[in-house]
Design a protein around this ligand. Structure first.
Ligand code: NAD
Length: 358
């Protein structure tokens, strides 16, 4: 089968970590007998330097014909003071909009080998974390109209609108139910239905959609309770489905309790290809070009890509198992280093994981 993708390294450590992603893909192709067709494009600061735009038309055109996009990271101090309308981050927002990537998938996994990095009490971390937050990404309060600031009765007021159509809820709910079918068949929908009308509709539509997935167990939590449960006992969760605002907060909370930014992959998907896969972390300008970056978040993003865009479950599991094996041999990059471990650079980590595949 052909793995037909576009690679957008972006800025900072983007190039280094994408080199490791390629190593992994080459190895997967060799071991499992696939072909990889990889094209490259510019995004973020690198694209601004070259073309004046953070998301050049040419990049969109290259991505258009692909099944998936693999992105490094964008941004850095070099572009912090340029015109707001062409900031590197606009490239990221632009690509999400261009391909209508309405569902953001962020797994939070605590590898047993990295338990000591978790911010949770040891007896809670002991139970493990392996959950997936599915966040609606293109609607809700961040985009709802009307929005703005104005004078009312002599004082400034400001407002945003939290709005969802039933179709917007249904399509992201389906992504969550489908994801649960690849995992442990449980979805917990998070809302604030005791207070918000929009959450009442959210809950109704999620319940309706669940009828298409009778093999998946559905539960509901209010967002305040969900935030507490995530630190009290994250092991209870499989898939968490939620709206844009709640998902923004809960996915960061779920990420931080694992303690390792360099280990967290993500996916953003729409109704059709290409989907976008990227590490959660940024371009880490402080360590860029020094072979210090942890490539594992990117390597795990490759696993997600093979699982969700190419239905290559065996290949995805082989990558995840290879990461575990390397960690099990007490090999670490600097960011996840602890006493008694062996420290390696970005490139060596890529080589070691690739060698464990197959
Ligand atoms: P960051 O995630 O880049 O870095 C935060 C800290 O974590 C830094 O100390 C960095 O060295 C470290 N770190 C991050 N990834 C690492 C890795 N793979 N291995 C080892 N250490 C790692 O966040 P920041 O410093 O707030 O932002 C830097 C730039 O990245 C900014 O321009 C910001 O706008 C951008 N950013 C981009 C994205 C994205 O492209 N998705 C996300 C967040 C931030």
């Amino acid at each position: 089968m052909e793995i037909n993708i576009c690679i957008l390294p972006g800025d900072g450590i983007g190039v280094e970590i994408m080199n490791q992603a390629e190593k992994i893909l080459d190895r997967v192709c060799l071991v499992f007998g696939h072909d990889a067709d990889m094209d490259y494009g510019l995004i973020g600061g690198a694209a601004i330097d070259e073309t004046g735009s953070p998301l050049p038309r040419e990049t969109i055109d290259i991505c258009q014909g692909k099944d998936a996009i693999l992105l490094g990271a964008v941004g850095g101090p070099k572009w912090d003071h340029i015109d707001k309308s062409i900031r590197p981050e606009k490239g990221l927002l632009g690509i999400r909009k261009e391909f209508d990537l309405f569902a953001n998938l962020r797994p939070a996994v605590l590898f047993p080998e990295l338990r000591s990095a978790s911010l949770l009490r040891p007896d809670i971390a002991e139970k493990g974390i392996d959950l997936l937050v599915v966040r609606e990404l293109t609607s809700g309060i961040y985009f709802g109209m009307p929005r703005g600031e104005e004078m009312r009765q002599g004082q400034r007021v400001a407002y945003n609108t939290m709005i969802y159509s039933e179709e917007e809820i249904r399509r992201v709910a389906r992504v969550a139910f489908e994801a649960a079918r690849r995992r442990n068949f449980r979805v917990c929908s998070v809302d604030k239905a005791n207070v918000l009308d929009v959450s009442q509709l959210w809950r109704e539509v999620v319940v309706e959609t669940s009828r298409e997935y009778s093999d998946v167990e559905l539960s509901h939590l209010y967002v305040d309770n969900a935030a507490m449960q995530l630190v009290r006992d994250p092991s209870q969760f499989d898939v968490i489905l939620t709206s844009n605002l709640f998902g923004d907060i809960l996915s960061d909370e779920a990420a931080v309790i694992t303690g390792s930014l360099g280990m967290l992959p993500s996916a953003s998907m729409g109704l059709k290809n290409p989907a976008l896969y990227e590490p959660v972390h940024g371009s880490a300008p402080d360590i860029a070009g020094k072979d210090l970056a942890n490539p594992l978040a990117t390597i795990l993003s490759v696993a997600m890509m093979l699982r969700y865009s190419f239905s290559m479950e065996r290949e995805a599991q082989a990558i995840e198992a290879a990461v575990k094996k390397v960690l099990g041999k007490n090999i670490r990059t600097g960011d996840i280093m602890s006493p008694g471990m062996k420290q390696v650079g970005c490139s060596a980590m890529g080589d070691l994981v690739a060698a464990e595949i197959g």
